[in-house]
Design a protein around this ligand. Sequence first.
Ligand code: ZN
Length: 397
Amino acid sequence: MRTLFRGGLVFDGAGKKLDGHGVLVEDRRIRRIAPLAEFDGYAEAAVDTSGGTLMPGVIDTHTHLLLTGGPDQLGPLETLPATALALGALKHAQDALLGGVTSLRDVGGKDFIEMRVRDAIARGDFMGPTIQCSGHIICITGGHAYRIGRQADGVEEIRKAVREQIRGGADLIKLMATGGMSSPGSDPGASQFTYEEIAAACAEAARLGKPSAAHAHGGEGILNAVRAGITSIEHGAFLDETGVEEMLKRGVFLVPTLSVSHWTEQNAQRGTIPQFILDNTARTKEARKRNFKRFYDAGGKIAMGTDGGTQYNFHRLSAYELALMVEAGMTPVDALVAANASAAELMRMKDRGRIAEGCYADLLVVDGDPTIDILNAALSERHRMVMKNGVAAKRRA
Ligand SMILES: [Zn+2]
């Protein structure tokens, strides 16, 4: 099966825009990108992208498939049976795909349920994005999100906790380096694991070939994680000058997750979000944007992530993070790269996140030019088509 995309612009996912080119998809992959003249006489299936842009699908490197986007984040995880959670996770993965997300990283689940969804989609049993999973988050006893986490204290125990996640099928390791917004009584600025504990976890993950991600807001927790060898800092609300320097020196990614505070604020008036979350959001919102911009201006590596599934942060809305990154000071092109080539680099996927010959056909056709107006990529009503592994997952009527 071959499909030719032609008529509109092509954004390659790494920063380059092409005009007057056709992109030929054959079976699951992108076979050929060439000036239109080369396709003269082509008479098989074609998609007219005139007035729009063909770009790689969005990649969300920080989401939680088991979380629903409801105001009570963790409650359902404690009360629903595994079967219901698995069906919910599958629906959320498919919601993300329909919203333009062709790959995602789950950074905190329960009982490895989300991995069964990952595997079922990868086998082709269901339509859905490519998924990587961390398994349980690893946290200190009573630490941030301990209700769903694997609590571990000390170097030996954290090493064992890492091995348990990898035995369960983890593609990466997720650690809680500081407190968070959504745990009552937790101070997002306070560090939790020690440097030694994080270093042991990162070393064990690296030895077993896995990247590591640290939830970290406070400056000290960020430094602990970065110096201990972490692959990415998630959130980074209070990222300071030293943190930026150390991250740049080591090539550590930042996954800013601006969606969390945006959707919390947008829905604050409903009266359903716990007050301490609203307080934490108000307290960190400006810092989050300012420090993201500081890291961006310094030339740091940024990958898009949403923290999808947290309150009112619905999986179908993931692409809106693009608009929030632009609002916080990124150029539209750089925001798109963060959601395409850079996100794929963080996820170690060499053949996704770009429009290049040989890459998988994970594609999005959007209205207009998203490098000028980011909303063309950020709003799913402006998506004309979503393609996953060469198969159309959504076509706008
Ligand atoms: Zn998260």
